[in-house]
Design a protein around this ligand. Structure first.
Ligand code: TYM
Length: 345
């Protein structure tokens, strides 16, 4: 079966979003919105795989939704919603819990990083998290998934789950009229651009992340002009001037990171940035980068703050998006139930 191209992606409502989320994922989401049917989710079911304070979680769901809209995602064009309002995600995840193998999940590096040394004490949800992620995507038969580089392994797992489901249930799938036996598509990761892995501003070998204790390590989408400028000024660098060619960034992780950030924000490429700044010192490059950051992120922060003044409107957007999401997911989930052998009323 030829599947209609459809985009799905999501972000966790834990803490505020940062430059890595914006450059690694959201910029592509905005681009894809121009050409594709897109579904963008606030993945609250994923968030509770580690403890969340309920009142803070509610607030974070609204904040992420506000950031989506402020960055340019249009709820009239794309479907914006929070995961827990569409029960198909949890239902399909259960079926996938029974399709995926323990050995597959044991290989997931993100679980190992997040669970750390105290693995016995991690929630079962954190372990099964990639199965829910596969369900998010396949509940809509999404074909394209724009994400940062850190989600690559999870997407490979989603592809394995899709394939195993198609194989395990080959007979009922064909009986239902899928002549080629393909019930779920193989979702394609979209990991493109100059900033697929934005690194910490304090250490170019570590990923920029919400969980890093030092706030100086990341630029939050809610940061004001002064903090953005301060964080870039304090960003770790090396003593050399910028090279003229990308090869010169090898073994210079901090320089490579800042050049990638500049390129992504400016909508150009690393070679373009280096042809402008090659040979210049960081003392010249950093103020230009800070200015670009403020120019691009400032209006998003302002608009997100404005939207947060009307939480009821955000809740309406989410309710409306959830309804549209349910319309797409329910018929697919019903077919899954038939394929698996459940009885529906
Ligand atoms: P999350 O919430 O950790 O991150 C959201 C998106 O931001 C990207 N990202 C980065 N990109 C570049 N550099 C960084 N430093 C950086 N940090 C984060 C992530 O790759 C991601 O695209 N499991 C997912 C959420 C999810 C999902 C899905 C995504 C749940 N279901 C289905 C796609 C499809 C996560 O925790 O992302």
């Amino acid at each position: 079966m030829k599947f209609q191209e459809r985009v799905f992606s999501g972000m966790q409502p834990t803490g505020s979003l940062h430059l890595g989320n914006y450059l690694g994922a959201m910029l592509k989401w905005i681009d894809l919105q121009k050409t594709h049917e897109c579904i963008y989710c606030v993945v609250d079911l994923h968030a509770i795989t580690v403890w969340q304070d309920p009142a803070e979680l509610r607030q974070a769901i609204r904040q992420v939704t506000a950031a989506y809209m402020a960055a340019g995602l249009d709820p009239k064009k794309s479907i914006l919603f929070n995961q827990s309002q569409v029960s198909a995600h949890a239902e399909l995840a259960w079926v996938f819990n029974c399709v995926a193998r323990l050995g597959w999940l044991n290989r997931m590096t993100q679980f190992k990083e997040k669970a750390g040394k105290d693995r016995e004490n991690a929630s079962v949800g954190l372990y099964a998290y990639p199965n829910l992620m596969a369900a998010d995507i396949l509940a809509y038969r999404a074909t394209h998934v724009p994400v940062g580089d850190d989600q690559k392994q999870h997407l490979e797992l989603a592809r394995d789950i899709a394939q195993k489901f198609n194989n395990d249930f080959a007979e009922p799938i064909r009986e239902m009229g899928y002549e080629d036996g393909i019930f779920f598509p193989q979702p394609e990761p979209v990991i493109t651009g100059p900033a697929t892995r934005v690194m910490s501003l304090r250490d170019g070998t570590r990923k920029m992340s919400k969980s890093e204790p030092s706030d100086l390590s990341r630029i939050n989408l809610t940061d004001d002009v002064d903090s953005i400028a301060k964080k870039i000024k304090k960003a770790k660098t090396d003593p050399e001037p910028l090279p003229g060619e990308v090869e010169g960034l090898e073994a210079r992780p901090e320089a490579e990171n800042l050049v990638g950030i500049y390129a992504a924000l400016a909508g150009t490429s690393k070679p373009d940035v280096l042809s402008e700044f090659g040979g210049k010192q960081f003392s010249q490059f950093k103020p230009a980068l800070a200015e670009l950051c403020v120019e691009k992120l400032g209006p998003i922060a302002d608009e997100a703050r404005r939207l947060m003044n009307d939480p009821a409107e955000i809740d309406r957007v989410l309710a409306n998006g959830s309804e549209r999401a349910r319309e797409l997911a329910t018929p697919i989930l019903n077919e899954v139930k038939d394929v698996v052998g459940f009885i529906r009323g």
